[in-house]
Design a protein around this ligand. Structure first.
Ligand SMILES: *Cc1c(COP(=O)(O)O)cnc(C)c1O
Length: 455
């Protein structure tokens, strides 16, 4: 037992040392992938290795390939850090090794999810009666939300898709913005609807759907089983669809509305940005990430559904050995997993650490820092290509080839890290400010480095 304490303490100390180093270490480091593979490689050992030695070997092997994405100057993709209490809670979740399937396998895990679910709905302005599934990421949350949608719109048409499947079912219409996230298409493929089912809706100048086009697309065919996918937080521009108006239009056609709000739904947590997602409560299902803007450790996301019965009908499972041992619907009935880890502890801890005001401040700070980025880079003569409404900034440095060179130079330099993207046919640098530890000084240092490298 003494050895176990030492081993766990060593792991936690290494993690803390690593976190402390993030502010100063180069954000992008050149990685020798062959050496990295060799560090982990070699034949499977025939016999056992002492845990202490395994930990030492892992530290040595992984170290050179770690990305400082949890640090304050990592602006790639939409990546948050991991709050201290949430990280500590995740360490405990691993140590406790709880099975979050239901209230028998871990009453504590189920209770933590229930409490965190109430807080999440409160913060996001989602109806309190909604069900919540704790899933791996927004990809999974989109799949769960759209599975509930599929179940409900077909049940309305007199078809039990959970029993009969899709062969012979009434056709389902899926209407989604042309700027939807690619995970929506994968969810549709997994649900047997196929990516080609999408009837695209054109986007306006900043990437939110054009309401007139949504109206036209809805009217183009007679009413029937219909799902409308809306978005809060365009992954390039941060733009949010006009949810109130779009939900009203969809409702008039009897459609189910699913909102992909991986990071943008957090706009609801601050009074300053809440108008961007006005009307979100009118939707039927919502997908939202915890590991992006809420700064929870991976992997953590939420599938909310205003119709718990459709949610459970789509996702629940039963087996003889579960009967009489689980009770009411819990974890396993609201996600696509049976056995899974207890990610609710970290969600609860992160929300408790920040509190309502802390979440609002996190959102406001990231938005203010994104504007600071845009102003700094515009002042240096570069082209900010989007309207900065949230935490995303797109920047051009001349033609596509020149922008690519600047992105590559910034990634090699190590002061900060930002990726490239294509938006409206142009290659651009994409900057996402999503980390709870980023400061004005971090942004100013990054703007200075980008300006220097672009010159
Ligand atoms: C990131 C993102 C997703 C996918 O989320 P994962 O957590 O990576 O599964 C879906 N939709 C939008 C809008 C996103 O930004």
């Amino acid at each position: 037992m003494e050895d176990l304490s030492r081993l766990f303490r060593l792991a936690a100390e290494h993690a803390a040392d690593y976190r402390r180093s993030l502010r100063d270490r180069p954000v992008g480091v050149p990685v020798d992938r062959t050496a990295l593979a060799e560090g982990f490689g070699g034949p499977l050992p025939a016999g056992p290795t002492a845990p202490k030695r395994v930990l030492a070997d892992l530290l040595a092997a992984a170290g050179p390939g770690l990305v400082a994405s949890a640090g304050p100057r990592y602006f790639g993709f939409v990546v948050g850090g991991a709050l201290p209490a949430a990280t500590a809670a995740d360490i405990l979740a691993a140590g406790w090794d709880q099975l979050a399937t239901n209230a028998v396998t871990s009453p504590a895990a189920v209770a933590a999810e229930a409490a965190a679910g109430v807080w999440l709905k409160d913060l996001l302005g989602i109806p309190s009666a909604a069900s919540v599934g704790f899933v791996t990421g927004c990809q999974a949350a989109n799949t769960v939300g759209l599975a509930a949608a599929r179940q409900h719109v077909l049940a309305d048409a007199g078809w039990d898709v959970e029993r009969r499947g899709l062969p012979g079912a009434p056709p389902i219409r899926v209407i989604a913005g042309e700027e939807r996230h690619a995970t929506i298409d994968r969810s549709l493929r997994l649900l047997g609807l196929g990516a080609d089912v999408v009837e695209p809706v054109a986007a306006g100048p900043n990437g939110a759907i054009d309401l007139g086009c949504l109206r036209d697309v809805l009217r183009a065919k007679p009413t029937g089983p219909t799902i409308v996918c809306l978005q809060a937080g365009n992954v390039n521009t941060g733009a949010c669809d006009q949810l109130r108006e779009a939900c009203d239009l969809a409702r008039r056609h009897g459609a189910w509305v699913h909102v992909d709000g991986a990071f943008g739904l957090w706009a609801a947590a601050s009074p300053d940005t809440r108008p961007l997602v006005d009307g979100l409560d009118l939707a039927d299902s919502w997908a939202c990430d915890g590991h992006k803007w809420l700064n929870l450790p991976y992997d953590s996301a939420f599938a909310f559904c205003a119709r718990p019965e459709a949610h459970a009908a789509a996702m629940s499972y039963s087996a003889a050995y579960l009967v009489g041992s689980g009770g009411a619907s819990a974890g396993a009935d609201l996600t696509a997993e049976s056995s899974r880890r207890a990610r609710g502890f970290a969600v609860w801890a992160g929300l408790r650490e920040l509190g309502r005001d802390g979440v609002a401040a996190l959102v406001d700070r990231c938005c203010a820092l994104a504007r600071r980025f845009a102003e700094g880079l515009a002042a240096a003569g570069f082209d900010v290509a989007n309207e900065v409404v949230l935490n995303q900034v797109l920047v051009g440095f001349g033609d596509d080839a020149r922008t690519e060179r600047v992105v590559a130079a910034v990634q090699a330099d190590g002061t900060c890290w930002a990726g490239g993207t294509t938006w409206r046919g142009r290659r651009l640098m994409r900057i996402s400010v999503s980390n709870a530890t980023t400061t004005e000084e971090d942004v100013d240092r990054s703007v200075a480095a980008i300006t220097r490298l672009a010159a």
